[in-house]
Design a protein around this ligand. Structure first.
Ligand code: SAM
Length: 248
C-alpha cells in the first residue's frame, strides 16, 4: 500500500488519522523539494515517532522509489502542505493505481487555503501561477499573463515563488517583485501582498504598492517559504482586513 500524507504548513500539521497510518507503515519517506518545513526532517520524524528518509525529486519522479516498494509492503510518503496541491504527486498516485497498488491519501492544510489569512476571499481567486528565475535563453513570462487575465476579471492571483530545494533555489520576494515589476510596463498591478511562512511561528504578511513592498528589502522578509498575492477588485471587507498589513 502507498500512504501519501500531508504535513501541513509548517511540518507539524499531519492529521491524527494520517499519523496512525504513518506509524504502522514499514518505511516512511518524505520530500521537501516542493516546500520546506519549520523543523528539520529528523525533528519531524522524532515528533511523529518514526524515522523519515528524505527523497530527492529524481528519486521520486524518475526512479519512483516509493512505488518500487509499495507493491510488497506499506510505504508512507510525507509531503509538505497538502500532498496533492501544487505538487506533481498526482502522477505518483496514477502510476500506483496502474500497477494495482492500493493508495490512501491523507489531506492536510495547504497554502492554497491558508492564503485566506490575508483576508482575501478564496472564491475570488483566479488561476494561480509560479514566478521562476529566468534560465539561459528562457525568460518565463506566462505567470504575468495569468495575473493580468485575473485582474481583468476582478480576481486575485496567488503566485508561488521558485523553490527547488534540491538545487538550493528559494526565491526571495524582492526578486519576485522585481521580475513582476519588470513585466508590468503598463502598471496594471495596483497593490501586492507578500505572505511569508504562513502557519509558522514567524508568519508575516505585508500589503502595499509594488514599490512600497519591495523597498522593504530582502532582510525584512526573512527565510522562505513566501508567496505573493496580487489582489484583484477588493471588496470593502477585504480592504478593511488588509489595512492590518499595510506597509507603514
Ligand atoms: C509548489 S507549492 C506546494 C504547496 C504545498 N503542497 C501545499 O499544499 O501547501 C510551494 C510554494 O507554495 C508557497 N508556500 C508553501 N508554503 C507556504 C507558506 N507556509 N507560506 C507562504 N508560502 C508558502 C511557496 O511559494 C512555495 O514555493
Amino acid at each position: 500500500m502507498l500512504i501519501i500524507a500531508g504535513l501541513g504548513l509548517d511540518g507539524n500539521g499531519i492529521t491524527v488519522e494520517a499519523l496512525r497510518a504513518v506509524q504502522t507503515a514499514d518505511v516512511v519517506y518524505a520530500e521537501f523539494y516542493t516546500s520546506l518545513p519549520q523543523k528539520s526532517p529528523g525533528d519531524i520524524g522524532a515528533s511523529l515517532g518514526v524515522s523519515i528518509t528524505p527523497l530527492s525529486r529524481e528519486e521520486v519522479e524518475e526512479r519512483e522509489l516509493p512505488l518500487a516498494e509499495a507493491a510488497s509492503r506499506d510505504v508512507a510518503f510525507l509531503v509538505m502542505g497538502d500532498p496533492l496541491v501544487a505538487t506533481t504527486h498526482i502522477s505518483l498516485v496514477d502510476e500506483a493505481r496502474r500497477r494495482g497498488i492500493h493508495v490512501k491519501v491523507f489531506h492536510a492544510a495547504s497554502i492554497f487555503s491558508a492564503v485566506g489569512s490575508t483576508g482575501l476571499m478564496l472564491y475570488k481567486f483566479g488561476k494561480a501561477a509560479s514566478i521562476v528565475y529566468p534560465e539561459e535563453n528562457y525568460i518565463p513570462k506566462s505567470f504575468y499573463e495569468t495575473v493580468v487575465d485575473n485582474i481583468e476579471r476582478g480576481l486575485h492571483t496567488l503566485l508561488f515563488l521558485d523553490l527547488k530545494a534540491d538545487k538550493g533555489i528559494y526565491m526571495d520576494p524582492v526578486d519576485g517583485l522585481d521580475i513582476l515589476s519588470s513585466l508590468d510596463g503598463e502598471t496594471r498591478i495596483a497593490s501586492v501582498i507578500v505572505a511569508s511562512r504562513i502557519g509558522w511561528d514567524s508568519e508575516n504578511i505585508v500589503y502595499g504598492t509594488l514599490d512600497e513592498v519591495r523597498s522593504l528589502g530582502k532582510a525584512f522578509f526573512g527565510p522562505p517559504p513566501h508567496c505573493i498575492v496580487v489582489p484583484g477588485t477588493l471588496h470593502f471587507a477585504e480592504e478593511d482586513y488588509l489595512a492590518h498589513y499595510r506597509v507603514r
